[in-house]
Design a protein around this ligand. Structure first.
Ligand SMILES: Nc1ncnc2c1ncn2[C@@H]1O[C@H](COP(=O)(O)OP(=O)(O)OP(=O)(O)O)[C@@H](O)[C@H]1O
Ligand SMILES: [Mg+2]
Length: 253
């Protein structure tokens, strides 16, 4: 179980102090898929940066299985909003990087990398460098680099943002299958409410600055879900409309 306990984050920005998160309290069950939506600048990436241990909270703390998270934790994988692939490494060596850190021998690293690259449709691009790939291809590499070492918790910050609709559906479907097979816990940020409802067990709504959780909606659509046709599902529609209404009200406030 992952607990975010009364966490606040203040930044001393160039334009003055910023309250990026204001006492966020959230408990995510082991194996749960939680999606987060909210307006730009409401603190979504900050929340993931905190859980990933890249930054320190100003108040409160986070726990994984009852143990305080301090700094970077190998049990937690992070697919960041921008790809961060190393320019001087090939795609294969980029996605292998976490395995290399873990001391996995090269042959085994490459075997796993090639299998993953094939799954996301990048077979044949293993020897290419990031600048030789399209934005969507780099993003797929970025996702594989985290999934390849099967972390217990997977943080994803708008991972499918730069992808075309077709690739997006394929990868959403793939992610759900991997999640169901591995039993990992996922926290997934998106701007796309339909994506949030289609993927999540719960949708967490965040409000404008200072960043707060304003609403949590349970998504009762049964699994396994048919991502391609879920938009026609009556239950999906009613949950989508209910959250949409909340978002509208939030913008008016
Ligand atoms: N390192 C930093 N220094 C100063 N201010 C920061 C820093 N990181 C984030 N902020 C501020 O914190 C607030 C929240 O930023 P954050 O990146 O978490 O938003 P977000 O919800 O992820 O937005 P988006 O949807 O556009 O990605 C913003 O006002 C931003 O300017
Ligand atoms: Mg962000």
């Amino acid at each position: 179980m992952l607990s975010i306990i009364d966490v606040a984050k203040h930044f001393e920005g160039r334009t003055g102090p910023v309250i990026a998160l204001d006492r966020v309290h959230l408990t995510v069950q082991k194996g749960e898929f939680v999606t987060v939506v909210g307006p730009s600048g409401c603190g979504k990436s900050t929340l993931l940066n905190l859980i990933a241990g890249l930054i320190e909270p100003s108040e409160g703390h986070m726990e994984l299985d009852g143990e305080r998270i301090r700094g970077i934790d190998r049990r937690i994988g992070y697919v960041t909003q921008s790809h961060n692939l190393f320019a001087w490494r090939t795609l294969r060596d980029n996605v292998c990087f976490p395995l290399e850190l873990a001391g996995v021998p090269r042959a085994e690293r490459y075997r796993r990398a090639d299998r993953w690259l094939e799954i996301v449709g990048l077979q044949g691009f293993a020897p290419a460098y990031p600048h030789e790939l399209s934005g969507g291809m780099r993003q797929r590499g970025n996702i594989v680099r985290t999934l390849i070492y099967e972390p217990q918790v997977i943080l994803m910050d708008e991972p499918f943002g730069p992808l075309d609709a077709q690739t997006r559906i394929t990868l959403q479907d793939l992610l759900l299958r991997i999640w169901q097979e591995t039993g990992s816990t996922v926290i997934f940020i998106t701007h796309d409410l339909a994506e949030a409802v289609a993927l999540g067990d719960r949708v967490v709504l965040m409000g404008r600055r200072p960043g707060r959780v304003t609403h949590i909606e349970q998504v009762s659509v049964p699994r396994p879900r048919d991502i391609q046709h879920i938009h026609d599902d009556a239950e999906f529609r009613s949950i989508y409309d209910r959250i949409w209404h909340k978002l509208e009200k939030q913008t008016d406030d």
